[in-house]
Design a protein. Structure first.
Lengths: 113, 313, 501
């Protein structure tokens, strides 16, 4: 088993673990961590694709590696934005829950009627 | 090589183990610390996959900067009570089934990828001399798929705008809350004073060298970003006000220069985002320099978050 | 579309279509909220001209317009390709975005004396970002480029959904963000597998090299699952009602009218352009089934909503279900697939305009009445006739009654399902129309009574005009000539075997 096959299994495992955590965890910060774990799994799949693209004198295929670098940066930006939302939600409602006061559209209709 | 195989298997087990711990940890802070450790392990995996540029990026951004972000988030959120009901057994079972299914499908897909694998490495190498670069990954990022990279920089800038936009109205225009404690540890201050200038030089060096060897704008920019964050944590400087004109210019400098030079492509070389023959490398380095500036400004701003506390302009 | 695509005449327009709003984002960020409004509204006419120019060029040439970036062809480089559906969607975006922008001037202008305000900064930048992201989605020919576009779209749509700054909006936005991120990462995973299998992510090259492999089936499933989450197809629809209902009216108009259509467009690209040489394993029937579920489920829930904005949001979930009938009805080499294709796309366009119009009208109602509780609309139609006319015309399209784009779409879908013997879809279309009639009646009936009603403020004439115009476009689509459908078919791949018996 070459390094890239092992890494491929690790990638698959990370995606599975992350998906489980994403569905099961209720705290948004833990969901964010789970999303990051899935992301790393996806990048590893790109990584093994890059390594398998070794041809002749070239030890890797640079295109998937460039895509991973882009992906890592974008994933970080997503995490930062998610954190900002969570912190703001915590300030506004005192806790971080997806359903403050039962969520699916709090009754706003009677404000000024 | 048996030794390497054992090493790889051990590394794989470690990565999966730490990931499991990250997910299973009860307290969010523990999970986040696990995540940082696992990020660093991943960087080693990338080295084993012959991807030094990715390893640098993962260590700097995936492990380092994301770690700072998540740790500061978990500190502030960790004190809050958990509100939602814990998941029931049915949900856990269903989630386990779906996750196992996805993981196995993915593993099967990976094993049965075609052999020999299709690769763009030879073609990438063939065009390398036209760009004057030695690092194929940098060439892909800035020359072959420059459109992608430019748009990705716009995405980063947009993320900063998004982070700022969740601020309360009354704080708009002010500065984000400072990182770290009000009275920083003397050791931290000392470290910042010594390390920051050195780190800045290393960051610039990493960007410069990235044209021909592992490194580049993202990695160099991440190191500069880390140095700025270090200096802010040591309270040697304050977070900037978001209304600052210089800050905003620094943010957009990278994508703006990239976009403008891309638009000038037809004049320079016959097509948008093309580089002139024989003069490509200086243009590429010029663009990358501004990208480094923007990344160094963007990453800390994303970690600092929205303005918080200072009222008005 | 062949792999040896070279830049065609007018290709540069595609680059401008993307770079104009992208430059606008950067300029707006540097200059602040007041300038951002001017940049956003000022660049809108130019974007419209570009979209029209692209449409003229594609129609004139009868084939897609192509631009190869940096002169470096795929697989190493990136190509932009605008075919018939790209141009029509580009034009739709170029019409709805400025309409929402003009509507929003009242609520999101920078206060006098200030150079910058949070709401103005956020709204005008995010609006341009949506414009840019959609432009890339409609014309890019590279799957990784499209991933970057999807992320751009998410980072623009989520702040727009929570621009009001209340606790419920943040909760809704956070849920939206997590679903959207799940969607993008699974899309990216599929793209990784496709690259591993074929060594390229260019859509035309992938179509050429496509053959059945485990990696391809896995990629198709993963990417589709991700895109379905972003399109809020039942059962992954949970995030949409609170996000769209809690956003301000012009934001909801863009979110329901355009943003969810972006990921749907990509699903169509994936299934009809990249994957058609693949045996389908019944995926298309599955998509049709989920769509049917969405139609029934969304319509029933819409019937039960006490608030107008939530009703309209659930109606979006139902109408999105119709879109997915394009998969069982539009694929394969049969006599009816043209009808299925045309019907599905017409439904996208009609819904975009009708829904945008209805959300703007709901916004006007909220401003004038101070609430959006349907039960308390009694008599409102007498004092706000234009607003209710807009709701009525939009509802006409949603119900699928003539004359309207919605009717044209449903007629085509019905014809296709009858001709193909897939009677189930016909039943779904008819049932959905009936349910839609139910909730449209719910909105209009109390308003048409002659009870007295107190207005907080008279409705804004400009706002009413904009909303009504959008609704009239939805109706006008019902009169689309044959040449319109010919345009929709330019560049459509001839080989589409998914669903062959």
């Amino acid at each position: 088993m070459s390094a890239s096959t092992i890494a491929g299994f690790v990638g698959a495992g990370l995606v599975g673990l992350g998906l489980y955590a994403l569905i099961v965890n209720t705290e948004p910060l833990k969901k964010l961590l789970a999303f990051n774990v899935i992301g790393n799994g996806v990048f590893l799949v790109f990584g093994i694709v890059a390594r398998r693209g070794a041809v002749g004198a070239f030890p890797f295929d640079p295109v998937p590696q460039a895509m991973v670098i882009t992906g890592i940066v974008v994933a970080f930006a997503a995490s930062a934005f998610a954190v900002a939302l969570m912190l703001r939600l915590a300030e506004e409602s005192g806790s971080v829950s997806f359903d403050p006061e039962g969520g699916m559209g709090v009754d706003q209709g009677d404000e000024d009627a | 090589m048996i030794l390497f195989e054992a090493l790889d298997l051990g590394l794989a087990a470690l990565v999966l183990g730490v990931a499991t711990w990250t997910i299973a940890a009860r307290r969010v802070f523990g999970a986040v610390v696990g995540y940082v450790a696992y990020g660093l392990l991943l960087a080693i995996v990338w080295v084993r996959l012959y991807a030094p540029d990715v390893a640098l990026t993962e260590a700097a951004i995936g492990g380092g900067v994301t770690g700072v972000l998540l740790i500061s988030a978990s500190t502030r959120l960790g004190r809050l009570p958990a509100v939602d009901a814990p998941p029931g057994a049915a949900l856990k079972f269903g989630a386990a089934v779906i996750s196992a299914l996805v993981a196995s499908v993915l593993a099967a897909a990976v094993i049965y990828l075609p052999d020999p694998a299709p690769s763009l490495a030879p073609e990438a190498d063939a065009h390398l001399s036209a760009t004057g670069l030695g690092n194929a990954v940098t060439a892909v990022l800035i020359a072959y798929r420059s459109f992608d990279t430019m748009l990705e920089k716009v995405v980063l800038v947009l993320a900063v705008a998004g982070v700022w936009s969740v601020a309360p109205d009354r704080f708009w225009g002010g500065a984000p809350a400072p990182l770290g404690r009000a009275v920083p540890d003397a050791a931290l201050v000392f470290l910042a004073r010594i390390l920051a200038p050195v780190g800045a030089v290393i960051g610039v060096q990493m960007f410069w060298v990235g044209a021909d060897e592992p490194g580049g704008a993202f990695q160099g920019g991440a190191i500069l970003a880390a140095m700025w964050m270090l200096v802010m944590m040591a309270r040697l400087t304050d977070p900037p006000r978001i209304s600052s004109r210089w800050l905003r210019l620094g943010l957009i400098a990278g994508p703006a220069v990239f976009l403008l030079l891309g638009l000038a492509g037809p004049v320079m070389a016959g097509s948008f985002f093309a580089f002139p023959e024989g003069f490509a490398k200086p243009v590429i380095l010029f663009i990358e320099a501004f990208m480094v500036l923007s990344i160094a400004v963007t990453l800390p701003l994303l970690v600092l978050g929205p303005p918080n506390g200072e009222a008005g302009r | 579309m062949t792999a040896a695509d070279a830049t065609t005449q007018g290709g540069a327009l595609l680059v401008f279509a993307i770079l104009l709003p992208a430059a606008g984002i950067l300029a707006s960020l540097a200059l602040g909220g007041r300038a951002a409004e001017r940049v956003a509204l000022g660049s809108a006419p130019i974007a419209l001209v570009i979209a029209l120019a692209v449409l003229v060029e594609v129609w004139r040439a009868g084939r897609p317009v192509v631009y190869v970036i940096a002169g470096l062809s795929p697989p190493l480089g990136i190509a932009l390709r605008a075919d018939g559906i790209s141009t029509v969607f580009l034009l739709t975006s170029a019409l709805i975005v400025p309409a929402a922008g003009l509507f929003a001037r009242a609520g999101f202008a920078t206060p006098p004396g200030a150079e910058d305000s949070r709401k103005a900064f956020a709204f005008w930048i995010m609006l341009q970002a949506i414009s840019a992201a959609l432009a890339i989605i409609f014309v890019s020919g590279d799957l990784f480029n499209l991933y970057v576009a999807l992320e751009l779209l998410t980072f623009a749509a989520v702040p727009l959904a929570c621009v009001e700054g209340r606790a419920e909006t943040f909760a809704a936005a956070l849920r939206y963000l997590l679903f959207a991120l799940f969607g993008s990462i699974f899309y990216l995973l599929g793209a990784a597998l496709l690259y591993g299998a074929f060594g390229t992510l260019d859509i035309a090259l992938l179509a050429e090299r496509m053959r059945p492999l485990p990696a391809v089936t896995a990629a198709a499933a993963l990417m589709t699952a991700g895109l379905l989450a972003k399109t809020a197809l039942f059962p992954l629809h949970l995030w949409l009602p609170p996000a769209h209902a809690n956003a301000p009216a012009p934001a909801s108009a863009v979110l329901s009218g355009l943003v969810v259509k972006g990921s749907f467009f990509l699903t169509v690209r994936l299934w009809f352009y990249v994957l058609p040489a693949l045996p389908a394993f019944g995926f298309d029937a599955l998509l049709g089934a989920l769509g049917s579920g969405a139609v029934v489920f969304g319509s029933v829930l819409a019937l039960r909503q006490p608030r107008l904005k939530l009703l309209i949001a659930y109606s979006t979930i139902a109408q999105i279900g119709y879109l997915f009938l394009i998969f069982p009805l539009g694929s394969g080499l049969h006599a009816w697939t043209s009808d299925g294709w045309n019907g599905g796309l017409m439904q996208v366009l009609a819904h975009a305009f009708a829904k945008a119009a209805m959300f703007l009208a709901a916004g006007l109602l909220y401003e004038s009445l101070g609430h959006d509780r349907i039960a308390k609309f009694s008599g409102a139609a007498r004092v706000m006739p234009l607003t209710f006319l807009t709701l009525g015309l939009g509802g006409l399209s949603l119900m699928g009654l003539p004359p309207s784009g919605g009717f044209a779409a449903k007629w085509l879908l019905l014809r296709a399902s009858v001709a193909s013997g897939q009677w189930l879809w016909a039943i779904v279309v008819l049932l959905g129309g009936l349910l839609a009639a139910g909730y449209v009646y719910r909105i209009l009936a109390p308003a048409l009574s002659s009870d007295p009603v107190a207005l907080k403020a008279p409705p804004r004439r400009a706002g009413e005009a904009i909303a009504l115009t959008l609704a009239l476009v939805a109706v006008a689509l019902g009169f689309a000539p044959d040449s319109f459908f010919q345009l929709l078919n330019i560049g459509r791949p001839p080989l589409a075997t998914a669903g062959l018996p």
